[in-house]
Design a protein around this ligand. Structure first.
Ligand SMILES: [Fe+2]
Length: 397
């Protein structure tokens, strides 16, 4: 085959200097994070190789009512009033639904989370993050969690109210991005302050968020046990800066203070992160983020592609079909969190899951607890197997 010179790799490389790139300045602006860290060094995440230091850092704060700066402000308080909730979400970037879970619902939610955490530990599939233990893919781990995704009042009494607020913010047809439980274990690190719709950066959707998160709070949270760190109203700072805009000096963080049973709805543009747990008890919340209806691939490749194509696919083809997980997309039971979505990254490769599925051998982690049978605790779970394989492959390199 005759090569047309303009289509050759050499010609394209010679004529593709970074400054030729169509949207170079915008897409490579590194904003808003670059200016944010430059103008607010206290926002830089801790070095996880060193013990956590307590100085002028974003994790060194307290709840709003005790905060020297924020106590003057009328920050959102838990309420059932839909008008106040709307105003709070728009003005402050978050709102707190009081008694969103009834006492019974809260108890059922929390005990399932704690049991599952213990069960996953015993089964050797405990998912760890720098902040603490995570429990992924809750939908497979208790009937109540599926009902929460449907906002069914049997599992979450404020469901219809949440549904309405999500319809108003994301447009009806929104879908659930993920539902997982986030642990802040004693001795853990704080999470880096981030926007949940960060993948869209440097775009800041100025008129409305493209992602809205719902945080289930099944136990009291505060400044002691790792209450979520938030910069109230920071979504407005993002909006003012605009896409690829620069961020100046930021107001301080606060720890979220809320009673068990509260649900926090928060804007995908607000700066937040898991706090530090200074107690000896574990702390769990669960986050169900929701996105606009179109945010996924048009073709559902992960299901529709034929088994032999999956088996023989090159790393590039797998990646192109979306079978290469990235930290915020296409993770499998949490596998792929931390992956960079790059071709051939074994830590985000979904192929082993699909092959196991095709062969009828996909073993999902289901409800587990210290009372689970020996057989259940020693199953060959696909996620555990995938992690071991990835670990061995990376070690060899
Ligand atoms: Fe987040």
């Amino acid at each position: 085959m005759k090569t047309i010179p303009e289509f050759s790799a050499e010609h394209i490389a010679e004529n593709s200097n970074p400054e030729d790139s169509i949207f170079h300045d915008f897409l490579n602006s590194k904003e808003p994070y670059e200016s944010m860290f430059k103008n607010n060094p206290w926002m830089i995440p801790p070095n996880q190789k060193r013990p956590l230091e307590w100085g002028e850092n974003y994790w060194n704060t307290t709840v709003a009512r005790k905060h020297p700066y924020w106590k003057e402000y009328d920050l959102p308080k838990p309420t059932k009033n839909i008008h106040t909730l709307r105003e709070n979400l728009k003005e402050w970037g978050y709102c707190l639904i009081e008694e969103a879970l009834s006492k019974e619902q809260t108890k059922a939610f929390m005990s399932r989370i704690l049991d599952q955490a213990e069960g996953e530990k015993l089964a050797g599939v405990k998912a760890m993050s720098p902040t603490g233990q995570y429990i992924h893919t809750l939908i497979n781990k208790g009937e109540i969690f599926g009902k929460c995704i449907e906002q069914h009042p049997d599992a979450v009494q404020a469901g219809p109210l949440i549904e309405q607020l999500l319809n108003e913010t994301l447009g009806s047809g929104w879908i659930c991005h993920s539902f997982l439980s986030n642990g802040a274990d004693p001795g853990g690190y704080p999470q880096g302050m981030h926007m949940d719709q960060g993948p869209l950066v440097p775009w800041i959707t100025e008129e409305a968020p493209a992602l809205v998160n719902t945080m289930y709070i099944p136990q009291d949270v505060n400044e002691e046990n790792g209450g979520t760190l938030i910069i109230p109203k920071s979504h407005k700072i993002m909006i003012e800066a605009g896409s690829a805009g620069k961020i100046g000096k930021l107001p301080p963080t606060v720890n979220l203070e809320a009673k068990a049973g509260t649900i926090m709805i928060f804007d995908g543009r607000i700066l937040h992160g898991t706090g530090v747990n200074k107690t000896n008890e574990r702390r769990f919340v669960a986050t169900m983020s929701n996105v606009k209806s179109w945010m996924r691939t048009q073709e559902n490749w992960s299901l529709s592609v034929a088994p032999e194509i999956i088996k023989n696919a090159s790393p590039k083809l797998l990646h192109r079909m979306g079978l290469q997980a990235i930290v915020y997309g296409a993770t499998m039971e949490g596998f792929g969190m931390g992956a960079r979505g790059k071709v051939g990254d074994v830590w985000g490769n979904m192929q082993p899951f699909r092959i196991a599925y095709d062969e009828g051998e996909y073993e999902r982690v289901r409800e587990l607890s210290p009372r689970s049978s020996k057989e259940e605790l020693s199953k060959n779970y696909t996620v555990g197997q995938a992690s071991k394989n990835a670990y061995n492959l990376t070690k060899k390199k």
